[in-house]
Design a protein around this ligand. Structure first.
Ligand code: FAD
Length: 386
């Protein structure tokens, strides 16, 4: 999958669906397995020790689940969540645009109210970028501008569930019966392969009014719902990063035990032992920060009303950002140290350590690029309390 840049195999998706992994955070009453955030993190970590992509398959369903639980209508939860939980519908997230990244409030992709053959809905027009899995996905959680006044900023954005057909490969063009189109081209990447991240062009794509998350009450709330969703994504990324670190450490330990230079195994040199000791300690710190964030998010959900907790920076919000920030940095450092322990053989694409290194590099970028988490999520929330 990595070396040939192929889409993740369908049988892996179906096995994960059969285990209920797409419904980890979906309540039992909506057809989920309701395993909770902590269990979701442990599962994600284990999957990511084998493949970051395996650990990443559930990220998008986690993000949409949290947005629907936070601000969807009960009809929407009843309709969408069982299908997401069972893996019948796989999710892509379409927030970023070619000219809009960290400044999500500036999203330009438009949704204009209209009708198609007597059916009320919205026509979506505009570009999106880096939408991971958008080809294979059956639905896109898409953030669009429903009100255009420049002073509105994030209050002019709404979240839509956009159905489409699934496609394999690096390019697709989907034309809906209503005449709208979504065209996608995957951006080539050094790592994080297997799901493909697409640039999308969307042209007069019709979505019925019931696909506006939250219904009329959701108008203008898309930014907050999306940010709530990203919180689940950040928590999950803390676990993904920890899995990549763990895999790198185990690989380095095995290699250092087998490889002999100057008549001794690399593992016998104190420098190697010192490195492994530090790597394992940092990975453990990232793991426990992630577990603490999972517990904080579970506590927040027990203690607050579901609607309020998505929009206020509670402890779960901070902890999720912190675990993502820290564990991602650790994954980069640990995977590179582990690669060095492999010497030249670690640079061979035939060795998984080379994949861990390029996979880790993406972790500080999505769901809030590193400086944005530091400045605008963590520091801003802490300063605001003064
Ligand atoms: C492999 C991959 C998969 C992705 N998957 C998805 C997906 O599925 N869906 C989706 O919607 N998006 C996705 N993204 C997009 C990702 O979320 C964005 O790349 C990210 O939000 C950063 O946006 P940007 O790339 O436009 O960078 P920019 O926002 O242009 O930032 C560039 C640099 O400037 C810094 N910067 C920006 N503003 C400030 C500031 N105020 N103060 C200090 N520094 C600042 C940033 O921290 C960063 O270092 C993906 C990206 C990648 C690489």
């Amino acid at each position: 999958m990595h070396r040939q840049d192929l889409l993740v195999p369908e049988d892996l998706i179906q096995k994960m669906a059969g285990l209920g992994l797409f419904g980890c955070s979906v309540p039992d009453s909506y057809g989920g397995t309701e395993m909770g955030y902590l269990t979701m993190c442990v599962l994600t970590e284990e999957l990511s020790t084998v493949s970051l992509v395996a650990g990443s398959l559930i990220t998008r369903s986690e993000i949409l689940t949290r947005a629907l639980l936070g601000g969807g209508t009960d009809e929407q939860r009843q309709y969408w969540l069982p299908k997401v939980a069972s893996g019948e519908l796989l999710v892509g997230v379409a927030v970023t645009e070619p000219d809009v990244g960290s400044d999500v409030a500036s999203v330009t992709c438009r949704a204009t109210p209209g009708e198609h053959e007597g059916r009320k809905g919205w026509f979506i027009d505009g570009p999106k970028a880096w939408s991971t899995f958008a080809g294979r996905a059956n639905i896109l959680a898409l953030l669009a501008r429903t009100e255009t006044g420049s002073s509105l900023g994030n209050r002019g954005l709404s979240l839509f569930i956009v159905p489409k057909d699934p496609y394999d490969g690096h390019h697709f063009e989907h034309t809906q019966p209503e005449g709208g189109t979504i065209t996608g081209s995957a951006n080539p990447t050094p790592g994080y392969r297997g799901m493909h991240s697409f640039t999308l062009a969307i042209d007069r794509y019709f979505v019925p009014e019931e696909n506006l998350v939250g219904g009329v009450d959701g108008l203008g709330k898309g930014f907050y719902l999306q940010m709530g969703g990203f919180e689940a994504g950040r928590l999950q990324t803390g676990a993904r990063a920890t899995g990549v670190s763990q895999a790198s450490i185990e690989k380095a330990c095995n290699y250092a035990s087998d490889r002999k230079q100057f008549g001794q195994a690399l593992a016998d040199y104190q420098l190697t032992q010192h490195k492994i000791g530090r790597m394992a300690t940092y990975a453990a710190a990232g793991r426990h920060l992630t577990y603490a964030a999972a517990r904080a998010m579970e506590r927040d959900e027990r203690d607050s009303s579901a609607a309020a907790l998505r929009t206020t920076p509670g402890s779960g919000t901070l902890a999720a950002a912190m675990c993502k920030l820290f564990a991602s940095d650790v994954a980069i450092w640990v995977s590179q140290e582990a690669q060095l322990i492999h010497g030249g053989w670690g640079y061979s694409e035939e060795d998984p350590i080379a994949r861990y290194v390029v996979d880790a590099l993406v972790l500080p970028i999505f769901e809030g690029v590193k400086p944005i988490l530091e400045l605008k999520v963590i520091a801003r929330a802490l300063m605001a309390k003064r």
